[in-house]
Design a protein around this ligand. Structure first.
Ligand SMILES: O=C([O-])C(=O)C[C@H](O)[C@@H](O)C(=O)[O-]
Ligand SMILES: [Mg+2]
Length: 431
């Protein structure tokens, strides 16, 4: 049977999804965070879905990009990149800018484009898979595992967003000390069966975060542990933490900011270093790998440009003997499905991937994805194997429409200022 894979329509739906008060070195998560849901429709009436960042700068690019795709084939995945290059990026969005205050490294025009392309690539792969009756992992060459392991992503957290701020309540409670962190980890294991743990650090002075990791090690002996202060420490502080926690850490994630500082730390500790901050583009690989600055790259299909670029990154890492795993920030089930498909095809994935999904009480799918024993089973249904819940999508879009603009761009420092008007983004190194 021949199929008409021509794209006849692209729908873009920006939404705001509930987010708990999770703390990081920049500040705190807003009560609602923007995401963009992308749908591509083919001449045969097949719809593919994708998801990416929904902040204004991404929407500004996604709209003209979407217009250019009408009339093209969903199978023309390579063409997405050349088409994206034709869309102008407002230089004020990228010059001297960093992503989410630096949490995802530098901001460049290319990275901005790739962050948009990734959502469309996933939507095209979903549509193509549905048209061919094949799961996305088959389009990527086939899965090498039937389930993908994720780690519990622990956060220091307030019980509630600041008083008076409209928000959705969550049932996780507060975690602002070692006992709270261990309790949160227990809930993660009970609800999802995770066996490895990552703590988002850079929030409290290093001694307190060392104590929290020590408490985790005592509560979960032998389980892989990670600590990620998002580059908040000096080289000296990073080395001190590495020395104190070296016996229990699987890796230390971005202890210090930038490749030269990471290389200095790496040269003086045996603890492996992971990053989603100094290697975030192909252009950054050469310096980091030749300086031996990182031992694990945390890929993220959103900003690396999609699932096939993630496979290419994994191949480069394999060539250099560098490990690979996955970074995550707030995302929904479409992206978790996409992450799981690509992760299932990467042979050299030796660490459990990060996922924020357990923190998201809201989704746009008819059925939430589930973790069993800390793993997500790889779907074998055509495409991504997920279905959009149009009522939920409309509800979350209505929230975005009703917002006066304050929540449409993620800003953890601004969210912190609601609780602490004197808060300024800490200069780095903070400790
Ligand atoms: O370094 C990381 O793993 C992240 O930046 C992940 C997320 O952005 C996390 O820090 C957050 O959302 O606060
Ligand atoms: Mg990180």
């Amino acid at each position: 049977m021949t199929r008409d894979l021509t794209i006849t329509e692209v729908r873009l739906t920006p939404i705001l999804v509930a987010d708990p008060p999770l703390l990081n070195t920049q500040g705190v998560h807003q009560p609602y965070t923007p995401r963009l849901v992308i749908e591509v429709v083919t001449a045969d009436g097949i719809t593919g879905v994708g998801e990416t960042y929904g902040d204004t700068k991404y929407l500004e690019l996604a709209r003209p990009f979407a217009d250019k795709l009408v009339g093209r084939q969903v199978s023309d995945l390579n063409g997405l990149f050349t088409t994206a290059d034709e869309v102008a990026v407002d230089s004020s969005r990228v010059l001297g800018q960093v992503d989410v205050g630096g949490l995802r490294g530098v901001q460049t025009a290319d990275k901005l484009r790739l962050s948009v392309v990734s959502g469309f690539e996933v939507a095209c792969l979903d549509a193509l898979g549905k048209a061919l009756g094949l799961p996305v992992h088959a389009l990527l060459g086939g899965k090498v595992r039937d389930a993908v392991e994720y780690s519990a992503y622990l956060f220091y957290k307030w019980a509630d967003h600041p008083e008076g701020v409209p928000c959705e309540k969550d049932d996780w409670g507060a975690a602002v000390d070692p006992a709270g962190v261990v309790e949160q980890a227990r809930v993660f294991t009970e609800r999802y069966g995770f066996t490895s743990f990552k703590l988002k650090g850079g929030v409290f002075p290093p001694e307190e975060e060392i104590a929290a990791v020590r408490a985790l090690a005592a509560a979960f002996p032998g389980h892989p542990l990670r600590l990620d202060p998002n580059g908040a420490w000096s080289v000296a502080t990073s080395l001190k933490v590495a020395e104190e926690l070296g016996d229990v850490l699987e890796y230390l994630e971005d202890p210090a900011l930038g490749t030269p500082a990471m290389a200095e730390v790496a040269a003086r500790t045996g603890v492996p270093l992971a990053t989603n901050m100094c290697v975030t583009t192909f252009a950054e690989i050469k310096e980091a790998f030749t300086k031996n600055a990182v031992q694990v790259v945390l890929s993220d299909h959103h900003y690396w440009g999609g699932l096939r670029n993630t496979q290419q990154l994994a191949a480069v890492c394999r060539t250099f003997g560098v490990g690979v795993s996955m970074h995550s920030n707030t995302h929904l089930g479409i992206s978790l499905a996409a992450m799981t498909h690509v992760a299932s095809t990467v042979p050299n994935l030796h660490h459990a991937c990060d996922s924020h999904y357990p923190w998201q009480s809201e989704d746009v799918l008819t059925e939430r994805l589930t973790f069993d024993g800390g793993k997500v089973a790889v779907f074998d249904a055509p495409g991504l194997g997920v279905e959009l819940d149009r009522d939920r999508l409309a509800f979350l879009h209505r929230r975005w429409l009703d917002d006066d603009g304050t929540l449409r761009d993620r800003d953890d420092a601004a969210a912190m200022r609601v609780a602490d008007p004197a808060w300024v983004t800490p200069s780095v190194p903070r400790w």
